[in-house]
Write a protein that binds this ligand. Structure first.
Ligand SMILES: [Zn+2]
Length: 340
């Protein structure tokens, strides 16, 4: 079964029977990839016209990712994250960083696959995620297939920002917007997953996404830890962030920076409680810190010295609050280059 807030969008998508290419777009982490996979499964299920039964042989093959009529195209970096690599996968031996883009070779390979005949009468399903990972070349390579899909091929793309897609690609797909669940639905789902703590702050920090909230909680960030985070950063105290997954930490610091920026500019905070954000941050220092965080976020690899990296980021963050940070912390040179 799809996630509860995706059931209605799934039925809506299934009603678009004549559409061969769909773009499911939703705010980050709303579950659009899950929905795309469930939709593809429903298209292949032996009991068509409804949510996938989950029991037929087609559904079972989809679950094992071995259905011959299903192709899932994601960037290498996601295959690594999902642990979708066979033991002999070249990615495991490659020294290069796994790509975060969908490469043109992947698209060409998928197009070649679409031209073979389907193994069942249910046709074939191609899932592409995230659509924004298609670069100009791979998106262009896909245009003809989107316009004239061979045989009974159906394509579903998941994404979060249609404006970042090539206009020619955007115009060839039918768009279906998926909303984040409301707070009540989100909390109901979290409690079904066994979450028994307050999650208001975590949900706000995650832009309302229960999936991202779950990951945050699993990493040990409850509401109390999150409420204490901005002032800890302002003091230059990285203790609560050490040992946590670096991409998650960088993401959290970006949100602290965003809200501090909003507050310094006289606007309201978006992720954290206004009251938990220390006053007195300087805009120019925040802008510099944000650029640094963006740079680090763009590098996906796990640094060998994760603790040093996190400490340097927090120390540099503390410089945005010159009256809050302790002089000892502000003294030394905490250049990121020396930390990595
Ligand atoms: Zn089925």
């Amino acid at each position: 079964m799809p996630l509860p807030w995706l059931r209605e969008p799934l039925l809506r998508a299934l009603r678009l029977e004549r559409s061969h290419a769909l773009l499911l777009h939703a705010p980050q982490d709303a579950g659009q990839f899950d929905l795309a996979l469930t939709l593809a499964q429903a298209w292949l299920c032996e009991h068509p016209g409804q949510a996938p039964c989950g029991r037929c042989s087609a559904c079972r093959l989809v679950h094992q990712r071995s259905h011959p009529d299903l192709r899932i195209v994601v960037p290498e970096a996601l295959r690594v994250r999902f642990e979708w690599l066979a033991e002999d996968d070249p990615l495991l031996r490659a020294s290069a960083k796994p790509s975060r883009e969908i490469k043109i070779e992947q698209v060409r390979d998928a197009i070649e696959w679409t031209q073979r005949s389907a193994s069942s009468t249910r046709g074939r399903s191609l899932v592409i995620h995230p659509a924004e990972a298609l670069n100009a070349h791979s998106a262009s390579a896909l245009l003809k297939t989107l316009e004239e899909p061979p045989g009974n091929l159906r394509i579903v793309m998941a994404g979060s920002d249609p404006q970042r897609l090539l206009p020619t690609l955007r115009s060839r797909v039918q768009r279906l917007r998926v909303e984040m669940p409301d707070a009540k639905q989100a909390k109901a789902w979290l409690s079904e997953q066994g979450v028994a703590v307050q999650t208001d702050r975590a949900l706000a920090v995650c832009g309302g996404s229960p999936l991202a909230t779950m990951m945050l909680l699993e990493a040990g960030f409850d509401d109390a830890a999150l409420a204490a985070l901005p002032s800890a950063v302002a003091r230059g105290d990285a203790q609560g962030l050490l040992g946590k997954p670096v991409p998650l930490v960088v993401d959290l610091l970006q949100r602290v920076a965003h809200d501090a920026m909003a507050r310094a500019a006289g606007a309201g905070a978006r992720y954290f409680d206004d009251a938990s954000l220390p006053a007195g941050a300087t805009l120019s220092a925040l802008a510099q810190w944000q650029r640094e965080l963006l740079r680090v976020a763009a590098h996906d690899e796990h640094p060998w010295h994760a603790a040093l990296l996190v400490e340097a980021l927090v120390t540099n963050g503390a410089r945005c609050w010159p009256r809050t940070a302790t002089p000892a912390r502000r003294g030394g040179d905490h250049s990121l280059h020396s930390a990595r």
